[in-house]
Write a protein that binds this ligand. Structure first.
Ligand code: NI
Length: 238
């Protein structure tokens, strides 16, 4: 590109960026529009331990898009519902666009390192998709990664409790091949769905066999259906 062309292109780009900023998402449907997380300070290098007990670093995934979900395997409702739908959409994406799907690494990071050992993570991630990687670490490692990825979590219970819950933010991220945040994966907003949505989760004791049934009234809004997640993947993964 010569200098004259650059001079013309730059003001145009600036104008596009300004449009996107003010339009509250309306201008983001264009192919070249950045995702809502573009430029956000989310993510940093880490080394954690995967479901096979092997060290895995953020930089191991260089060159790949990364779908990153923070949660915990004992989560009774939201985590398995989100993961099931995201990974179902990912499986559809794999069928439709195998070459593009190969460029995406789905990653589940535990915010409950005390209970989520590699051995616990292994059957859990496998239940959702064979390519889903589960990561855990020491409480200190997880605290740092959560901070770097702007994820809040808090153990709800008394010391010594075995059956505690972990409240955590629900922010499934898509990162680009450079490890920069792109956009939030659409997940269902329970506040916009009526009482007609009812999830049933049954799992066996090894937690390796998760079955999920979502009964969904077609009238209610569903921002996180697999078809929405599939459209999201088709939009961003190039
Ligand atoms: Ni959860």
């Amino acid at each position: 590109m010569n200098k004259a062309k650059i001079a013309i292109a730059l003001p145009l780009l600036a104008l596009l960026a300004a449009c996107n900023m003010g339009a509250d998402g309306n201008a983001s449907s264009g192919e070249s529009a950045p995702g809502e997380l573009a430029g956000a300070r989310i993510g940093a290098p880490f080394t954690l331990t995967d479901q096979d007990g092997k060290p895995r670093g953020w930089d191991d995934f260089k060159g790949q898009y990364r779908l990153v979900y923070f949660g915990y395997t004992y989560c009774p409702d939201v985590c398995p519902v989100d993961l099931q739908r995201i990974m179902q959409a990912f499986a559809q994406f794999e069928k439709a666009q195998p070459a593009l799907a190969a460029k995406v690494q789905p990653i589940f990071i535990s915010v409950d390192p005390a209970r989520d050992t590699s051995a616990i993570l292994k059957p859990y991630v496998a239940a959702f998709h064979p390519r889903l990687i589960g990561l855990t670490g020491t409480p200190e490692q997880i605290a740092k990664v959560a901070k770097d990825f702007v994820v809040l979590y808090n153990v709800e219970g008394k010391p010594g409790d075995k059956d505690y819950l972990v409240s955590h933010s629900r922010t499934p991220y898509l990162f680009d091949p450079d490890g920069k945040p792109v956009a939030l994966v659409p997940v269902d907003d329970p506040s916009t769905t009526g009482a007609s949505v009812d999830y049933q989760i049954t799992g066996n004791e090894t937690r390796g066999n998760i079955e999920l049934e979502a009964r969904n009234d077609e009238q209610s809004a569903d921002e996180g259906s697999p078809s929405k997640v599939l459209a999201f993947l088709e939009k961003w993964v190039k």
